[in-house]
Design a protein around this ligand. Sequence first.
Ligand SMILES: [Zn+2]
Length: 376
Amino acid sequence: MGCALLIALLTPGSLYALEHVTLRRGDQQQTVSGKVAVTAEDGGLLLMTVDGTLWTIEPEELVDRKEDQQPFHPLSRDELAKQMLSELPAGFEVYTTHHYLICHNTSREYAAWCGALFERLYKAFTNFWVRKGIKLHDPEFPLVAIIFNTRESYAKFAQAELGPRAPSIVGYYSLRSNRVTMYDLTGIESLRAAGDRRSSAAQINQMLAQPAAEQVVATIIHEATHQIAFNSGLQPRFADIPLWVSEGIAVYFETPDLQSAKGWRNIGAVNTSRLDRFRQYLPQRPATSLKTLISDDKRMRDSHVALDAYAEAWALNYYLIRHHPKQYLAYLQMLSEKQQMLWDDPQSRLKEFQAAFGDNLGQLDADFLRQMQKVR
Ligand SMILES: [Zn+2]
């Protein structure tokens, strides 16, 4: 997310004609086609291609830009499936559900199990916000999930995006490509005792419902939640959504609910591992903790303190949803209207938070801590 920034001057743009943009990156020249979402003051572009990928193009990379007579149309489900198969290593297949395109080279049963899980999450997530009065829309693109059969092949593929951290990351959502990438969790050796990986949906469920699997399943749900949030209109991609909000919401939804075949009863349940972590943080929590969490993303991005920051972000979202719902929803609505490629400084973030929740941070913080103490 924190790529080289364009100093943006937004042009509303003719309502999305297709454009062909030729750019030079390194010694490679290529042409990408899509809609220009932002033209920056310095000539840089934010372009969304027909498969939903976002390209930030620096002015010095830009070689040529041609407008087409055609309007911009996202790829259809079939076209996108075809493109995905051409990009992925040989042996991949596509399994589709109502909202998802699941590209996998593992068992069809596992792809179906994930598809069903994601659809339930999608429904639970959108119902949750719509019932609270937030306006959401259907995704513009099919939601793509890539599932590798082994952790090793996943890590090899993910290295391009994640670098050397790839093997330690169970799955991820890319804001740039809009895809979730992961591997078949039933291949994890320590979970195998409960069954064989070529199993039925019920056996997969049994294997992944064991306590030892909770964290890895939560990671997948967490990443899928990001994808839904960034495709349903709750949060724009490449806009200044504070990480304590986008991550806090993903954590709010990540608690697995593998017991119910249709619903998702656990939404908003206490996330016990995050609550424990928050409680461990409290004795050394500085008085400025709330302020530093909401002013910028530093603590969320710093691997030394991120676990505490994520726990606090979960707690803060949990508290605000319960105790300041009207203000919280108005704040989310404001964030959902953020312009792409405009990045707020810490003062503006703080101001926007105070405009929503009041000037007196100290008082809010005291109440936050008091209420969180009661949570069991
Ligand atoms: Zn996240």
